[in-house]
Design a protein around this ligand. Structure first.
Ligand SMILES: [Zn+2]
Length: 201
């Protein structure tokens, strides 16, 4: 297949790294970028570099922070520190924030247990969660992993390790299909799932 001149081909190849972008779309994007003013191109490149330079892992919840300090949710003293919602990824924090009545904190697990893929408890941010629980403030952990077999086994595992420490572990009661993704649940569904959460034991 014929290639475009190097600077354009390089941008096409870069866009192709994005999920769901094939060579046709990548080519369209590259030519759209070619029409950018110098200022627009700099803004675009700067935004991309900025997510590597300015996004840090929150030292408390393992979610995303815009500094090396704890994130805005962990710093918010008005939020209930006794309730923690455990989610799979940093994106899921914003998903759960759609439930505006939830005023607890979060913990980002960094995935789900999946022995087949070699992902055990040590590959997730579970040690960090246990350390937080060890501080004695957390009384409930609401597990909001996706309703998949891995999400379920992660929830069961968390119940097994946290209940003996006196922490109530509950799981969202999903109104979304098994195998679905909380990302696609609307606010009302998430609110019902949160309110109808079931204790795991
Ligand atoms: Zn945080």
């Amino acid at each position: 297949m014929a290639e475009y001149i190097a600077p354009i081909q390089k941008l096409i190849d870069s866009f192709r790294r994005l999920p769901g972008v094939g060579s046709k779309t990548a080519t369209r994007y590259a030519f759209a970028a070619l029409a950018f003013t110098d200022e627009e191109a700099e803004g675009f490149a700067d935004a991309l570099i900025g997510i590597k330079r300015d996004v840090h892992r929150c030292p408390v919840c393992c979610g995303l922070s815009d500094s090396e300090e704890p994130c805005s949710i962990c710093r918010d003293s008005l939020r209930d520190a006794s309730v923690v919602c455990a989610v799979e990824g940093p994106k899921d924090v914003m998903v759960m924030e759609r439930v505006r009545t939830y005023r607890g904190r979060y913990h980002v697990l960094g995935g789900t247990l999946s022995p087949i893929d070699g992902i055990g408890p040590n590959e997730l941010n579970i040690k960090e969660l246990l350390e937080r629980v060890g501080e004695g403030v957390i009384t409930e952990v609401i597990v909001a992993t996706n309703p998949t077999p891995q999400g379920d086994s992660t929830a069961s595992y968390l119940a097994r390790v946290l209940e003996p420490l006196g922490v109530k572990v509950s799981r969202l009661a999903y109104g979304i299909p098994v195998g679905g993704d909380i990302e696609y649940a609307d606010e009302v569904t998430l609110l019902r799932a949160m309110e109808g959460r079931k204790r795991l034991d």
